[in-house]
Design a protein around this ligand. Structure first.
Ligand code: MEV
Length: 434
C-alpha cells in the first residue's frame, strides 16, 4: 500500500529515493542500490536524463537493436529498433533480407497535413457566427505571425482554417478546424501555440462584437488523428519467386497471405492483432528516433476504424502473376525539435539513418511496419508463430532460470533441433547439472 506524501516533487533526488525505498521495499538498501546501479557514471549525461521528466529516480533500459538490409526506394538502410519484444528485430531483419532480393520496399508520401482544433461554444445565431468568422478570419491568422514566421520560412505554417458547426453533437458546439504543415518538426508545440493564440484573439474579437459573452472557448489542442498525413509502403514480386521455404510453392504461399490479410480486413479481433504486429515495427523505430509512440498509436488505430469498423491497415492481392502487399499509415513524425537534439541515442539513431527528413522517416517507419506484418504472416501461415518466437525467447528463459554461460551455449545448440518451452529448458538445465 502506498502512503500519501505532500510536496514530493520538491524533494531532492536522494530524498525521493530514500522515501520511496524506505516506504515501499522490504530491503531499502538493496532497492536503492539497484536504482543507482542504473545511473550513468557521466554526471552531465545523467542530469540530462533526469531533466527529461519529473521525479526521475533512475534509467530504465530497453534494448536498441538494428535491422540491416532494408532496401527502400533503391537505397539501403539499417533501421534502429528499440523494443522489449524478443522476436521483433529478428523478424524485421528476415523480412528485409527476403525483400532485398525481390526489389525491396517502395514508399511514397501521400500527404503531410496535421490538424489542430479550437473547440468552443456559441449561443447565438449560427449565421451571425459565420459572418463573424468570415470577417475576422484574416485577423485570426495574423495573430500568429509573430512566431509563425520561422515555420513559414521552413515551408510550413497554417494551411487552412474552417468554422465547423458541431451542434448536432452537442448544443452550441462549434470548432475552428485548422490544417498545418510543420516541415521536419512533429509540430505539437507549434500547432498548440497557434491554436491558443487564435483562440485568445477570437474571444477578444467576440467580446467586442457580441458585447455579452456569447462565445466561449472550451479548449485548443492539436488532434493526433491525422488521416491527411499519410505514407504508403509496398512490396511486389512475381508469385513464382515468393516461395518462403522448402515444401511451399510461391502460389500456395501467396494465396495464404492474401487469405490471412482478408481475414484481418473483415474480422476485428484478428485485425487488432494483425495491426499490433505492424506496430511492432513502427513503434520500435518511433522510439529509437525519439518520437511520440502514443500519438502515433492513437492516430493509427483511429485510422484503422475510419469506415466505422476496425480493419487491417495492410492489403495483399495477386494480379497478373504478381504478389502485392501494401501498408498505408497516418504518421505525424519529427526529426527536429523534441528529444532529437537532447537524447544522445536519438541523435545516434538519426545519424545511422542519414539524418532523414520527417517525410523520409515516415517512409522508413512504413517499410518497417510492412516488413513486420509480412514476417508475422509468413510465420503464421507456415510454421506457426511459436517456433521463431520461442527461439528468440530462449535467452530470456535461460536468464530467468539462472543459466551459466556454458549452459546457455549448450542450450542454444540443443534447441536448434528441439521445441523450446520453459519446461523443456528447465529439464535441459537440470539434466546438465546432474
Ligand atoms: C506479436 O507481437 C505480433 C503478432 O501477433 C502479429 C500477428 O499476429 O500478425 C505475431
Amino acid at each position: 500500500m502506498s502512503q500519501r506524501i505532500e510536496g514530493f516533487s520538491k524533494l531532492t533526488k536522494t530524498e525521493k529515493i530514500d522515501w520511496i525505498t524506505q516506504t515501499h521495499f522490504k530491503n531499502p538498501e538493496k532497492a536503492k542500490a539497484l536504482l543507482t546501479q542504473y545511473w550513468n557514471s557521466d554526471t552531465a549525461l545523467q542530469n540530462r536524463h533526469d531533466e527529461f521528466i519529473e521525479n526521475t529516480l533512475s534509467n530504465f533500459y530497453i534494448s536498441l537493436g538494428v535491422a540491416p538490409n532494408f532496401l527502400i526506394n533503391g537505397a539501403l538502410y539499417t533501421l534502429p529498433m528499440v523494443t522489449e519484444e524478443s522476436s521483433v528485430v529478428a523478424a524485421a531483419s528476415n523480412a528485409a533480407k527476403f525483400w532485398l532480393s525481390r526489389g525491396g520496399f517502395q514508399t511514397q508520401i501521400i500527404n503531410t497535413f496535421k490538424v489542430g482544433q479550437i473547440h468552443f461554444l456559441f449561443e447565438g445565431d449560427p449565421q451571425v457566427l459565420n459572418a463573424f468568422f468570415e470577417k475576422n478570419k484574416a485577423a485570426l491568422l495574423e495573430s500568429t505571425l509573430a512566431f509563425a514566421q520561422n515555420m513559414k520560412a521552413r515551408g510550413g505554417g497554417i494551411q487552412s482554417i474552417a468554422l465547423r458547426d458541431k451542434t448536432a453533437l452537442m448544443p452550441h458546439y462549434y470548432q475552428l478546424h485548422l490544417h498545418f504543415k510543420t516541415a521536419d518538426a512533429m509540430g505539437a508545440n507549434f500547432i498548440n501555440s497557434c491554436l491558443e493564440t487564435i483562440a485568445t484573439e477570437m474571444e477578444q474579437l467576440a467580446e467586442k462584437e457580441f458585447k455579452s459573452k456569447e462565445l466561449e472557448v472550451v479548449m485548443s489542442i492539436l488532434s493526433n488523428y491525422v488521416p491527411d498525413c499519410l505514407v504508403r509502403a509496398a512490396v511486389q514480386c512475381p508469385v513464382s519467386e515468393l516461395s518462403p521455404e522448402k515444401g511451399w510453392t510461391g502460389e500456395a504461399f501467396a494465396n495464404k497471405i492474401v487469405e490471412a490479410v482478408t481475414i484481418a480486413k473483415k474480422e476485428p479481433y484478428r485485425a487488432v492483432t494483425h495491426n499490433k504486429g505492424i506496430m511492432n515495427g513502427v513503434d520500435a523505430l518511433i522510439l529509437a528516433t525519439g518520437n511520440d509512440f502514443r500519438a502515433v498509436e492513437a492516430g493509427v488505430h483511429a485510422y484503422a476504424a475510419k469506415e466505422g469498423q476496425y480493419t487491417s491497415l495492410s492489403e495483399a492481392w495477386i494480379k497478373e502473376g504478381l504478389f502485392h502487399m501494401e501498408l498505408t499509415l497516418p504518421l505525424a513524425l519529427g526529426t527536429v525539435g523534441g528529444l532529437t537534439k537532447l537524447h544522445p541515442m536519438v541523435q545516434w539513431n538519426l545519424e545511422l539513418l542519414g539524418n532523414p527528413s520527417a517525410e523520409k522517416l515516415m517512409q522508413l517507419c512504413a517499410a518497417a511496419g510492412l516488413a513486420q506484418n509480412f514476417a508475422a504472416l509468413r510465420s503464421l501461415v507456415t510454421s506457426g508463430i511459436q517456433k521463431g518466437h520461442m527461439k528468440m525467447h530462449l535467452l530470456n528463459i535461460l536468464n530467468q532460470l539462472g543459466a551459466t554461460a556454458n549452459q546457455k551455449e549448450a542450450a542454444l545448440d540443443y534447441f536448434k533441433k528441439h521445441t523450446v518451452s520453459v519446461q523443456a529448458v528447465g529439464a535441459f538445465l537440470k539434466n546438465k547439472n546432474t
